[in-house]
Design a protein around this ligand. Structure first.
Ligand code: SF4
Length: 485
């Protein structure tokens, strides 16, 4: 999972993407990068490195990002490595000079790499699947560059790409001296939004994974990109749109559950409002189980809205019984196991005065590997809780995700091949409540979701699970956090 943003028509576009990337930092903390293009000097400028946005972009690096068109990326590595050659944006010099970023995973990677090597004599240098999107775009444009309009040529190139490259991906690219483009896979599994700002009698445009980027840049949200849609904004700020696939939308339900920031919306469903809805519905499921609860507490941070609403419905006090230390971000870079354990302990600490002698209903957004939940439950017991119950706004996650969320290994999921009672025993919790899938759909107001990790109904074919596991490097922890708890 990653955060992507592209901007055209703004002075100092590259420099403006530095603050914009902070709005997408939660989507990836492994690395960050910005590629800008200066139309006056016909020059690209690229800055990217491992680390958080504020670590990567020193003021000198920011100043080098000249030009009025730019791409920005925050990286969470699920496929590829955290080596420098895998960092985005990636770039090819022919034709035009193409830069690109993406969010998602390609599920037929080997097949496309074989095609590139054996049929097109093109080699890949990284393990990043963005590189094959970049090559496919370049091949399509190069074969058409002597004829036709660029927008039309680009649309034909991306149409071929969508047919050949399977997976879940939202990509943004730029063409030297030509403009900015963005497209989504045929099912639109990953989000991509379009914003705009008046610029004379035209508009400047911005593509981004989440809506709050537009607010930060002074843009207005315009609309979502549709599944299989290509949007091209040329250098004169004319917008060209092409719908290149007729397949049904299958947006990832996990965006609303966990991944997206509370401030954004997608498919007309505001994330915060959805999380409140899920809290209300989850309260009804808790009531059906007849749990005797003293206080309702969120597992910070994503589940706050749901826990708050759930407490209102149950008419029980809402308390913060776990405090997340915002400064302990990246304990995986601490190499000594003892220090690393201390960092992990410091990341979430109990408020003993609110826990002792209480029957606590913990609300979490989801339970993936269960390692975080088990540790938190133990923590509350050690702090004197009389009983600990757990309620999850997400149904049991029983199947791997191959579309860019970091749980490609079914065996590592706590709910894999287990009943809810068995899961409760593993987690050593006094009561466990999951939202059933139909009630999740009700809370979201959408029934066409990708929910493959819940019901095994994969909208896009996947190479074997074994292959996808070998492509993922980041297995570990709870599947939701960079810090295994
Ligand atoms: S499998 Fe689950 S996490 Fe992966 S895209 Fe589908 S809904 Fe999202």
């Amino acid at each position: 999972m990653c955060g992507v943003v592209g901007l055209i028509g703004e002075e100092k576009a590259g420099q403006k993407l530095y603050p914009a990337l902070f709005a997408l930092q939660h989507r990836g903390q492994d690395a960050a990068g910005i590629l800008s293009y200066d139309f006056e000097r016909s020059q690209f400028h690229l800055e990217k490195d491992l680390g958080l946005v504020e670590d990567v972009f020193t003021s000198e690096r920011q100043l080098r990002l000249k030009g009025s068109m730019a791409l920005g990326h925050t990286r969470y590595s699920t496929i590829g490595t955290v080596d420098k050659e895998d960092l985005q944006p990636l770039f090819l010099s022919y034709p035009y000079g193409i830069g690109m970023i993406h969010n998602g995973n390609v599920t037929n990677y080997d097949e496309v790499v074989d095609y590139l090597r054996n049929r097109k004599l093109r080699w890949t240098f990284s393990r990043n699947d963005l590189e094959i999107l970049l090559h496919m775009t370049a091949i399509g444009l190069a074969s058409r560059k002597e004829s036709g309009e660029l927008a039309q040529n680009l649309s034909e190139s991306i149409r071929e790409l969508l047919q050949q490259v399977q997976g879940a991906y939202s990509a943004i690219g730029m063409l030297a001296d030509q403009g900015l483009f963005a497209f989504c896979d045929s099912h639109g599994i990953r989000p991509l939004l379009l914003g705009r700002k008046k610029n004379g009698d035209k508009y400047s445009y911005c593509f981004a994974s989440e809506k709050q980027v537009f607010f930060g840049l002074g843009f207005e949200y315009f609309r979502d990109l549709r599944p299989g849609e290509l949007v091209f904004v040329d250098k004169d700020l004319n917008l060209h749109s092409f719908l290149l696939s007729e397949k049904k939308a299958r947006p990832c339900m996990f965006e609303w559950i966990y991944f997206a920031g509370s401030e954004t919306e997608w498919h007309g469903r505001p994330v915060y409002e959805v999380r409140l809805n899920l809290g209300r519905i989850l309260a009804e499921e808790v009531q059906k189980k007849g749990l005797d609860v003293d206080v309702v507490a969120p597992v910070p941070d994503t589940s706050r809205a749901a826990a708050c609403r759930l407490a209102e419905v149950l008419e029980k006090p809402y308390r913060e019984v776990l405090i997340k230390n915002r400064y302990v971000q990246r304990s995986f870079i601490v190499n000594q196991p003892e220090l690393r354990k201390m960092m992990v302990n410091l990341k979430l600490s109990p408020v003993e005065s609110e826990i002792r002698g209480k029957k606590i209903l913990l609300v979490d957004d989801s339970i993936v590997r269960g390692t975080t939940s088990a540790r938190i439950i133990r923590l509350l017991r050690e702090a004197g809780a009389e009983k600990v119950y757990l309620a999850s706004t997400c149904p049991p996650i029983r199947h791997p995700c191959f579309y860019g969320i970091d749980f490609p290994d079914g065996e590592s999921l706590v709910a894999h091949k287990k009943s809810e009672d068995e899961i409760a025993r593993v987690l050593e919790v006094d009561g466990l409540v999951f939202l059933p899938l139909p009630r999740l759909q009700e809370g979201l107001g959408l029934s066409n979701l990708c929910s493959a990790c819940l019901d095994g109904d994969y909208p896009v074919p996947v190479a074997t699970e074994k292959f996808m596991k070998t492509r993922h490097h980041n297995i570990g922890g709870d599947g939701k956090s960079e810090v295994p708890l």
